[in-house]
Design a protein around this ligand. Sequence first.
Ligand SMILES: NC(=O)c1ccc[n+]([C@@H]2O[C@H](COP(=O)([O-])OP(=O)(O)OC[C@H]3O[C@@H](n4cnc5c(N)ncnc54)[C@H](OP(=O)(O)O)[C@@H]3O)[C@@H](O)[C@H]2O)c1
Length: 201
Amino acid sequence: MKVIVVGGNGTIGQAVVAKLQAENYEVLTAGRTSGDVQVDMTSSESIEQMFQKIGDVDAIISTAGAAKKVLVEEMTPEDNLVAVQSKLLGQINLALIGQKYLRENGSITLTTGVMKDDPIAMGSSSAMANGGVAAFVKSAAIDLTRGIRINCVSPNVLEESYAQLKEAFKGFVPVPAERVAQAYLKSVAGKQSGQEYQVYE
Ligand SMILES: NC(=O)c1ccc[n+]([C@@H]2O[C@H](COP(=O)([O-])OP(=O)(O)OC[C@H]3O[C@@H](n4cnc5c(N)ncnc54)[C@H](OP(=O)(O)O)[C@@H]3O)[C@@H](O)[C@H]2O)c1
C-alpha cells in the first residue's frame, strides 16, 4: 500500500510516517522544500505535477497547512487569505486533484485542529479553515465512488509543539504526536468515511 504524506517531515507528519512504516506501508513524504518529492499545495499546478511524478497511490494524507495568527480586530482580508489558500483550499485541492490518482478503495485524510471547537485568541483564521475542511470531508464522503473514503483528524495541541505554543494554549492538556498518529492510521486502514477524528485527550 503506497501512501503520500504531504507535510510528512513536520511534527505531526513525522509521527504519522513512523506509524505507517511500522505497519509496513510504503510511505512517500512531500513538502515545499522537504520530503521525497516537492509540492506547494497552495498551487494546483504543483499538486498535479507531484501526482504525475509519484503515480497512483492508495492513500493521500495532508499534515500541512498554514494560517496567520492575528486578532480579528486587526485582521485584514489578506491576512485571512493565508489560511484560505493553504489550510483550506490547499488541502481540499489536494483531495480534488489527488482523487484521480487514488486506486480503488483508496483514502484521503486531511488535518483540522482543536481551535475550531475550543477557541484561542488569534485563532479565528485557522478555525475558519478547520471548519471548512471538516464540512467538506463530511459532505464529500457521500459523493465519492470506487470505495474511496475521506476523513480528517483534528488534533489538540501536541506535546511536541507545546513549548512553542504554551502561551496561546494555556490550560490545554497537550496530546502526544503518537496518539494523534493513531487517528491517521485508523483513517487509512479502517472502513469509515466522512469522519472527523478528534484527538483532544
Ligand atoms: N502541532 C500542533 O500542535 C498542531 C495541533 C493541531 C493542528 N495542527 C495543524 O496541523 C498541521 C501540521 O502541524 P505541524 O505542527 O506538524 O506543522 P509543521 O511541523 O510546521 O510541519 C508542516 C509540514 O508541512 C509542510 N508544508 C507547509 N506548507 C506547505 C505547503 N504549502 N505545501 C506543501 N507542504 C507544506 C512543511 O514542509 P516544507 O516546509 O518543506 O513545506 C512541513 O513538513 C498544521 O496545519 C497545524 O496548524 C498542529
